[in-house]
Design a binder for this molecule. Structure first.
Ligand code: 5GP
Length: 178
């Protein structure tokens, strides 16, 4: 594997397909153990989680349902400030065990907002599974239940993660080459 250029930046190989798949299997096997006897709903957070989600679900042997959502943030009027809305959730999550599937947890802002919204909808439990986690960047105290790999605070691309919309289709992970 070589250095690649995406738009105006160069990236170097960082996590191989083999390492990714091993991490995905590790997460799947923990979820399979923890949710025995339950029928959880897996919610993929678009866009970044689509590759992780697909590979993860292939190794899940539970009875489960799957769906995809997107978090939209916009400025509210007057005192309401920033408003967060979950787009695409058609299922009723009340009383359900929800597993949110994220590509990467950085500051944790996204994760905390998603968790709040799902809890308001009276999910029985809400847990987070993320492929990548940047402990140095994380600013929240919320536990992250399933982590594929911890990485330093650097910008990564590939396997669903983009740079300006590009690079999501690359099958392994690259890091910014600076
Ligand atoms: P957080 O809300 O935890 O700060 O950020 C989560 C979102 O930021 C991720 O879902 C992802 O879209 C984006 N993000 C954070 N770090 C990276 C990174 O290193 N590379 C890419 N491509 N996106 C990132």
């Amino acid at each position: 594997m070589d250095i690649i250029t995406v738009k105006d930046k160069s990236f170097k190989p960082y996590i191989s397909e083999e390492e990714l798949q091993a991490s995905v299997k590790k997460v799947a096997s923990k979820i399979n153990d923890d949710y025995k006897g339950s029928t959880p709903i897996f919610l993929g957070i678009l866009n970044g989680s689509f590759m992780f989600f697909g590979d993860l679900l292939k190794s899940i042997d539970l009875e489960c349902t799957v769906s995809f959502v997107k978090l939209a943030s916009y400025e509210g009027t007057g005192s309401t400030g920033q408003v967060n809305e979950l787009i695409g959730l058609n299922e009723d999550v009340e009383g359900k065990d929800v597993i949110l599937v994220e590509d990467i947890v950085d500051t944790g802002n996204t994760l905390v907002k998603l968790h709040e919204i799902l809890s308001e909808k009276k999910a029985r439990s809400v847990k987070i599974a993320t492929l990548l986690y940047k402990p140095e960047a994380y600013k929240k105290h919320h536990p992250i239940d399933y982590v594929g790999m911890e990485i330093p605070n650097a910008f990564v691309l590939g396997y669903g993660l983009d740079y300006d919309g590009l690079g999501r289709n690359i099958s392994s992970i690259y890091v910014l080459n600076d």
